[in-house]
Design a protein around this ligand. Sequence first.
Ligand SMILES: Nc1ncnc2c1ncn2[C@@H]1O[C@H](COP(=O)(O)OP(=O)(O)OP(=O)(O)O)[C@@H](O)[C@H]1O
Ligand SMILES: Cc1ncc(COP(=O)(O)O)c(N)n1
Length: 263
Amino acid sequence: MIPNVLTVAGSDSGGGAGIQADLKTMLALGVHGMSVVTAVTAQNSLGVQGAWELPVEAVRAQYRSVVDDIGVQAVKTGMLASAELVEAVAELLAGTDSPAVVDPVGVSKHGDSLLAASALDSVRTKLLPVATVATPNLDEVAQLTGVRVESEEQLRRAAAAVLAYGPRWVLIKGGHLPGDAVDLLTDGSEEHWLRAPRHDNRHTHGTGCTLASAIASQLAKGWSVPEAVTAAKEYVTGAVAAGFALGGGIGPVDHGWEFRTGS
Ligand SMILES: Nc1ncnc2c1ncn2[C@@H]1O[C@H](COP(=O)(O)OP(=O)(O)OP(=O)(O)O)[C@@H](O)[C@H]1O
Ligand SMILES: Cc1ncc(COP(=O)(O)O)c(N)n1
């Protein structure tokens, strides 16, 4: 049986992040990808030129269509845009037994806001508590908890601050620190440090979406959280290494890198 994985996220017209990155990742990792679109962005390698969120009924209806008939073995959330959508999605996730990977997307790589400031409290109190794994980057950690991380040693403090909101596991992504690309996965008792060489490649659009979808894909296969995150980190590292130029700005990671190198 091919596991079904659902992404609840925004559309990136440029195809590097959001729903498009999620579905490509799911195909590459051998699961059936499905989508609930929360917002549509006009976006390319230079930034986000516009964003329109969908009505909350449209989001609920897409979710019900997928879950009630097809069923899902894991869910991933990305751009949720507003407090209303964050709360609606949190309520839907609270009603499922499937593992949920929550990527609390706040700002795009170019600095464009993808989440209203008024939604932060709903992320903290409604969405994080229903996450199996939350995957904030360092800017999102600072926005959500006030903890600023400037070195690897401070990742532990950031993880504790996010865990206090109730996700079962947190993966703090240290991709924005200098040096190796180091992430910390913990549930408060176990700690797993995931370290990969930093690839000197500016074409990293969509790294966070890709990592979170890869985790959801492996969880859908029945893997444990540490196994799923370890495999997802290997996949995203390969995708960053193979990231390619597109348009005049920051290009995407290569979701198909394993097919192209034959490895
Ligand atoms: N240059 C790089 N080389 C190798 N791995 C990287 C690089 N940049 C980021 N990563 C890894 O990619 C994953 C995503 O981390 P990052 O901190 O970039 O997330 P993000 O900021 O949410 O991504 P996004 O750009 O999609 O918003 C992490 O595992 C991180 O360590
Ligand atoms: C629809 C959507 N979702 C998420 C991101 C974050 O990705 P990045 O930080 O690489 O721009 C994005 N740019 N667009």
